[in-house]
Design a protein around this ligand. Structure first.
Ligand SMILES: Nc1ncnc2c1ncn2[C@@H]1O[C@H](COP(=O)(O)OP(=O)(O)O)[C@@H](O)[C@H]1O
Ligand SMILES: Nc1ccn([C@@H]2O[C@H](COP(=O)(O)OP(=O)(O)O)[C@@H](O)[C@H]2O)c(=O)n1
Length: 211
């Protein structure tokens, strides 16, 4: 079984994807980490994330980079959002994600284009969202907990800029797949959101079994 979880920044998609992976005993891939790894590579090379060739040169990173705390920073998120708009970068990272989705037994992946591009035939697709101020509040708390000195207004502005960039790019923009179930977590705590996500996946599986 493949479960696709997409949505904008700090909507809770990673939390939900991890919980679904535990619930169904499936491996999980946070695909945002791939774009963050390229973004941080570009920044460390003192290059411009808007430069497609410079971004493409950073696509050969190893999985070890996923554990680098710098990937969590706002700067990495911003750079990731810029490098992810380059079609050649998306193409370079495609096989890694498709291979993960195709492994025996299935997988859970979260990102922006899982249900539309990476795993269009996924058994269940969720599109997780929440209002921008709520998402900014969650991300702000997360960054403060990590010991980073960031202002709420700055995080909100960053999230809104990323929403705009991710939704308006021509290569695999952030859009809800036609056959995805919408999960708005604005007024839900984590436990409620996870319970609702499991219920939506179960409903999807039941419908598929009856088809
Ligand atoms: N429903 C929720 N209510 C409150 N906090 C949440 C909820 N879902 C996630 N969070 C918290 O918000 C932050 C961002 O969640 P995360 O799952 O990483 O989002 P995303 O993967 O969409 O960027 C984390 O600190 C997480 O614990
Ligand atoms: N499948 C994906 C995952 C992330 N991304 C890009 O990578 C950036 C960082 O993704 P992320 O999932 O780590 O970000 P958050 O939602 O956790 O803030 C996003 O703003 C997107 O531009 C993408 O284009 N496609």
């Amino acid at each position: 079984m493949v479960i696709a979880v997409d949505g904008p920044a700090a909507s809770g998609k990673g939390t939900i994807a991890r919980a679904l992976a535990t619930h169904y005993g499936l491996p999980h891939l946070d695909t945002g980490l791939l774009y963050r790894a390229v973004g941080i590579g570009v920044l460390r090379a003192d290059a411009d994330p808007a430069d497609e060739a410079a971004a493409l040169a950073e696509c050969g990173f190893s999985d070890a980079l996923f554990h680098d705390p710098a990937l969590k920073s706002e700067a990495a998120g911003r750079a990731a959002s810029m490098v992810s708009a380059h079609p050649q970068v998306r193409a370079a990272l495609l096989a890694r994600q498709r291979d993960f989705a195709a492994q025996a037994g299935g997988a859970v992946l979260d990102g922006r284009d899982i249900g539309t591009v990476i795993a269009p035939d996924a058994s269940a697709k969720l599109f997780v969202t929440a209002s921008a101020p709520i998402r900014a509040d969650r991300r702000h708390r997360e960054l403060v907990k990590l010991g980073l000195d960031v202002q709420f207004e700055h995080v909100l502005h960053d999230i809104q800029a990323r929403d705009e960039r991710d939704s308006s790019r021509s290569a695999a923009p952030l859009v809800m797949a036609d056959d995805a179930a919408l999960l708005d977590t604005t007024d839900m705590g984590i436990d409620d959101a996870v319970q609702r996500a499991v219920a939506l996946v179960e409903a999807r599986i039941r419908t598929a079994a009856n088809d």
